[in-house]
Design a protein around this ligand. Structure first.
Ligand SMILES: NC(=O)c1ccc[n+]([C@@H]2O[C@H](COP(=O)([O-])OP(=O)(O)OC[C@H]3O[C@@H](n4cnc5c(N)ncnc54)[C@H](OP(=O)(O)O)[C@@H]3O)[C@@H](O)[C@H]2O)c1
Length: 331
């Protein structure tokens, strides 16, 4: 059926400035790492993307290797764009892609060389049937390639018009500082950093957030729900079709240890007292730090997406709630 975006789409989500840049991003963004590949139900993914846009999500995050199979999330997204977002709707979207993890065989399909990043970006554009992406990331630092070379590749991507902005992902504080500095010298500011950050994954608090604030770079935490652990879905075992039930190795059933489960149960009780789902609490807990620009969620259904977006109704925390959460997390 022909899709007409909701005319209310800009009334629901706040848009926040990404670091010191001119770019505004929705408080919640949607990632296509899982659930949008060739193994997944295309129409389900399409409904999630339509619903996301109807509710004000303008930012969709991809990478060359998202699928499975690698590349298929970009292909499917390109098909959805063609079908549902024709013409000037492209100008209402912020689409990102990345290169840095294994994508093709041989010495040029992995890590951080100029050769890999720029040819991968060309492939991503073809798969998505786009002229440009809004943000192009170095997906991870490469210990064997000079940082200057990787950053120069991002600079070229922007200079050549294949990307509007540059970003980095999974860079620790000192290497992030260096990378941001190099990009700045080249005249292509780094607008955003994408680290893993959730109640269960706190490394960014040991310096990275300070660096980003100091250097005027936005932050988009990924896996805010710890891939589903910070929801109520694993409270009574491993449901069929859940991420932990699959064999792709990103989240294993064994990751949900008895100790984890105890924490999840206790956090779920606090969420209930706040009249929120645990997923909603996990998302708003990240938003309380003003250095976080947008929270990058995943969703396998429209219902999950809706639940996550409804978190915006209750974003404030009392000191007591925050303290109770820290105690549960063992801090
Ligand atoms: N830069 C990087 O290295 C990197 C790495 C990983 C991810 N990312 C990005 O971050 C995005 C998000 O990562 P993620 O998918 O791991 O995020 P996440 O939000 O932590 O996990 C999403 C999963 O949680 C479950 N879920 C979501 N909402 C729920 C709800 N309301 N109730 C119950 N369960 C719920 C679903 O699992 P089920 O499928 O089990 O239903 C969903 O697939 C990715 O798509 C990607 O764009 C980047």
């Amino acid at each position: 059926m022909q899709y007409t975006p909701s005319s209310n789409r800009y009334k629901e989500i706040p848009y926040k400035r990404c670091g010191n840049s001119g770019l505004l991003l929705p408080a919640i963004s949607l990632g296509l790492w899982q659930n949008f590949g060739s193994v997944d139900n295309f129409e389900n993914g399409r409904s999630i993307i339509r619903r996301a846009f109807d509710r004000g999500i303008t930012h969709f995050d991809l990478a060359n290797n998202y699928g499975p199979v690698p590349g298929s999330a970009e292909e499917n997204f390109g098909t959805i764009l063609k079908k549902d977002f024709p013409g000037f709707l492209r100008d209402e979207l912020i689409i990102s892609s990345k290169a840095g993890y294994t994508m093709w065989d041989g010495p040029y399909g992995d890590w951080g060389s100029r050769k890999y990043l720029l040819s991968s970006l060309d492939q991503s554009l073809k798969r998505m049937q786009l002229d440009y992406v809004d943000i192009f990331y170095s997906h991870r630092p490469d210990p064997n390639t000079p940082l200057e070379e990787t950053m120069m590749a991002l600079h070229t991507a922007v200079k050549s018009g294949r990307a509007l902005y540059a970003g980095i992902s999974n860079y620790k504080a000192p290497e992030a500082r260096k990378a941001i500095g190099i990009l700045r010298e080249l005249g292509t500011p780094c607008v955003i950093h994408q680290p893993k950050y959730s109640m269960f994954e706190r490394w960014v608090e040991d310096g990275l957030l300070d660096v980003l604030e100091e250097m005027g770079v936005g932050c988009i935490p990924f896996s805010p729900l710890a891939q589903g652990m910070l929801t109520d879905k694993y409270l009574k075992g491993i449901p069929e079709n859940s991420r932990a039930s699959k064999n792709d190795g990103s989240l294993r059933a064994t990751d949900i240890t008895p100790e984890r489960l105890e924490q999840i149960k206790a956090l779920n009780e606090i969420a209930k007292q706040r009249n929120q789902s645990l997923a909603q609490m996990a998302i708003t807990w990240l938003m309380k730090d003003k250095r976080v620009t947008t929270v990058l969620i995943g969703a396998s259904s429209v219902q999950q997406l809706d639940n996550n977006l409804d978190s915006l109704h209750q974003i404030d925390y009392t000191q007591e709630e925050l303290q109770k959460i820290e105690t549960i997390l063992g801090n």
